[in-house]
Design a protein around this ligand. Structure first.
Ligand code: PBG
Length: 324
């Protein structure tokens, strides 16, 4: 036998030499849920280990993540029902708690990278990412709201604006709004290939943001489609996106691979709430080894072509990678 592939797997040191994919803590973006008011962190039943933090606690949480080498965060607001309305107006108020917390973080930790979420759903009484009229999600009128939301976030110091709404033309519109307001240095990470997925369930529990009627299939992508992701990618890149994201990650590794082969901006993948929760649930039952499954998942996402991974596992993984 001339070829014996097992020789490259013979010892741990040789396997280290032959390894193609490496996880790095700096490549993680850790999602954090924030809420208004004071009081102890609230746990989210369907996401073990993940909390809704109030202002003071989120500063402490960020500090403890920084000690583990995590330097990038994406923030999502849990907004109370009485502040939600048809036009998501709370999301545009410059003194809302989400923007206040972002200002506080950038003041205390100017070196961290903060990514925001741009979409109407956390603030919308309809629970949809866009404006609802007569039971339909209206694209172009939504763009105005998203642009204003992005400018308010940039003004609060956000480094990377993250449009997660899947409206057509939103990257160009947001880029124009940011530049028009003097924020030409604020980046955009577009949720480029965001699928209408059942894996977002636990996230919608965390924010109480499930749609009040229907589903998101007229704007989020059909899980059956692959080439359509490239169409979205070409558009977002042409419209000025600095990063493209695929979401969810695990059932969409082919899409991550396609985008990393065809786009020339960095590719991110969102290892979403349901992907996290199903591992935690199985581990609670003693059915799988937490750390090994987690690392295998994170490695596979990277192997598929993701430069960046948004993951609720960031802290667990960082601890493991840093040996802490
Ligand atoms: C909303 C948004 C969602 C997620 C991120 N931004 C949910 C949705 O589209 O319904 C899901 C993230 C996760 O499941 O972890 N625009």
């Amino acid at each position: 036998m001339l070829q014996r592939p097992r020789r490259n797997r013979r010892t741990s040191a040789i396997r280290d030499l032959a390894r193609e994919t490496h996880l790095r803590v700096e490549q993680f973006i850790y999602p954090l849920f924030v809420r208004d008011g004071i009081g102890a962190p609230e746990s989210i039943v369907s996401m073990p280990g993940i909390m809704r933090w109030c202002e003071e606690d989120v500063y402490r949480e960020i500090e403890s993540c920084m000690a583990l080498g995590i330097q990038s965060f994406v923030l999502f607001p849990a907004v109370s029902d009485d502040r939600k309305d048809k036009t998501a107006s709370y999301g545009l108020q410059s003194d809302n708690f989400y923007l206040r917390i972002i200002r506080g973080i950038k003041q205390r930790f100017p070196e961290v990278c903060i990514m925001s979420d741009v979409a109407m759903d956390p603030y919308s009484s309809d629970g949809h990412d866009g404006l609802v009229m007569d039971g339909e999600i209206i694209n172009d009128a939504t763009l105005e709201i998203l642009g204003a939301m992005a400018v308010a976030q940039a003004d609060a110091g956000v480094d990377i604006i993250g449009p997660s709404d899947m409206m057509d033309g939103r990257v160009a519109h947001i880029r124009g709004a940011l530049d028009g307001a003097g924020f030409n240095n604020t980046s955009i990470m577009s949720y480029t290939a965001k699928y209408a997925s059942a894996f977002y369930g636990p996230f919608r529990d965390a924010l109480d943001s499930a749609p009040k009627f229907g589903d998101k299939k007229t704007y989020q992508m059909d899980p059956s489609n692959r080439r359509e992701a490239l169409r979205e990618a070409y558009l977002d890149q042409a419209e000025g996106a600095d990063f493209l994201m695929v979401k969810p990650a695990l059932s969409y590794l082919d899409i991550i691979s396609d985008l990393s082969a065809h786009a020339d901006v960095p590719i991110a993948a969102y290892n979403v709430s349901g992907e996290y929760s199903m591992v935690k649930a199985a581990v609670e039952r003693g059915w799988m080894d937490h750390d090994r499954v987690m690392l295998e998942i994170l490695t596979s996402i990277r192997r598929a072509g993701a430069d960046i991974t948004l993951t609720y596992f960031a802290k667990d993984a960082a601890r493991l990678l840093q040996g802490k």
